[in-house]
Design a protein around this ligand. Structure first.
Ligand SMILES: *Cc1c(COP(=O)(O)O)cnc(C)c1O
Length: 429
């Protein structure tokens, strides 16, 4: 098994740092050789050795309607024949912008970029310019891309002081990023009280998906909204993962909260590299060339990416039964997970919102990053490989959520639970 993947990984490591173009793909947190893929259709990915897997990553979100969804493939092929990029305006950019403003209640104007990272770093720049303040709050365990200002972890001493989480990030940058604890309003209030006129924004994943799936506690997001209002800061929802997934309008529509700015990515590109940020007209009008805040991109809004995104978004917009179906499948899988872990008497915390689901090996609570770090990583690692060899492709890290696409059948969900059952049997014997 995995012979060709092993060979390809050997060669890749000679020319690509770590053999991959994004770290989590390298299997570092689960060990073993990453699987190389050749093709995928619907729910099934095929590796280079010809083995099939039921996919729970969906390219980290975009494949919500399954891989190689025909309308996207066809539309991209057609538009590419007329050039993949002009570096000049096209009407399709307005088509997708108008549709996003229609779908997302908090978005009145939107700027397209090329990744979620770009979207988040631009949203912070805009929030700083709008409020004329330099600091912002992020939550431990939330991911907003790899811009310097987000690669900050909590310092060991004073809770308010962030420190660089990667070599190359300066202490000067770190001092403007304040760290709070997810689902803990007191930790946020404390930051505002020590910095009452310096905080430009709070940025948050409205459902955390980068420490496993951790939903917001009741009243948490509402509490952030009122703290922002009280202290004159902007509320930024990072919907790169939740946007167009939890509902056609993302998490802020799902929870009925009104953020000032929203960042998007993943699904919005239909599998192409796309991000976007948008929000209240008054704030977005500060972006160049309408306003003074500089933001640009040579390939931003290119016809291939816009066509892929527009085709996918149109379907999610016009077919609300997709979200009902995702909820139904999510609930079904959650039930299967609960039964199988209970059967083996393995303590587990299962979190789910719609089609985002994860399990943490712990008998404790799962409300923030500290809780996620306390779960048993070794059990995750073992189970990951047990199900992988049985043809189930979970995210190769306990700190990622699983995504259920529309194309998964009930039989596939059953097969997944059966693989866990067999995996746990062999682990625990
Ligand atoms: C994936 C992700 C990002 C980064 O997006 P990229 O396109 O990988 O740069 C930002 N925020 C969240 C919540 C994400 O899940």
């Amino acid at each position: 098994m995995y012979d060709k993947s092993k060979e390809m990984f050997q060669r890749a490591q000679l020319f690509i740092p770590g053999g991959v173009n994004s770290p989590v793909r390298a299997f570092n947190s689960v060990g073993g050789t990453p699987v190389f893929f050749q093709k995928a259709k619907g729910s099934i990915m095929t590796d280079v050795d010809g083995k099939d897997y039921i996919d729970y990553i969906g390219s980290w979100g975009p494949m919500i309607l399954g891989h190689a969804w025909e309308p996207v493939v066809k539309a991209v092929q057609a538009v590419t024949a007329n050039s993949s990029s002009f570096g000049a305006p096209t009407e399709i950019e307005t088509d997708i912008a108008e549709l996003i403003c229609d779908m997302m209640p908090a978005v009145e104007k939107v700027r397209m970029v090329n990744s979620g990272t770009e979207a988040c770093m631009s949203a912070i720049r805009l929030a700083r310019a709008y409020t004329k303040r330099e600091k912002f709050i992020k939550f431990e365990g939330c991911y907003h891309g790899h811009a310097d200002q987000f690669l900050i972890k909590a310092g060991s001493g004073a809770i308010t002081l962030g420190v660089p989480n990667s070599p190359g990030v300066t202490e000067g940058t770190a001092k403007d990023t304040l760290l709070a604890k997810y689902n803990n309003l007191e930790s946020v209030r404390a930051l505002f009280e020590t910095n009452p006129t310096e905080i430009s924004a709070i940025i948050i994943e409205p459902v955390a998906g980068n420490m496993g799936c951790i939903p917001p506690a009741k009243g948490f997001l509402e509490g952030l909204r009122s703290l922002c209002d009280e202290f004159g800061a902007l509320l930024i929802f990072d919907e790169v993962m939740t946007g167009f997934r939890l509902s056609s309008g993302g998490a802020h529509k799902y929870f009925n909260i009104n953020p000032d700015l929203v960042t998007m990515g993943k699904i919005i590109g239909g599998g192409m590299p796309v991000g976007a940020f948008g929000g209240k007209r008054e704030i977005m009008s500060m972006i160049a060339p309408e306003g003074p805040v500089y933001q640009a991109g040579t390939l931003s809004g290119n016809p291939m990416a816009m066509t892929a995104g527009l085709t996918l978004l149109k379907e999610l917009h016009s077919n609300p039964s997709i979200f009902e179906d995702l909820e139904e499948k999510g609930a079904y899988l959650e039930k299967g997970f609960r039964q199988v872990f209970e059967k083996h008497a393995v303590p587990i915390c299962i979190n789910r919102v719609g089609s985002m689901i994860s399990f943490h090996f712990t008998s404790g609570k799962m409300e923030n990053f500290d809780d996620a770090c306390n779960a048993d990583a070794d059990l995750f690692k073992q189970l990951f490989h047990e199900v992988l060899k049985r043809g189930i492709y979970f995210a190769p890290s306990a700190f990622e959520t699983l995504f259920i696409p529309h194309t998964h059948t009930m039989a596939m969900l059953d097969q997944t639970v059966e693989a866990i059952d067999a995996g746990l049997t062999s682990m625990l014997q």
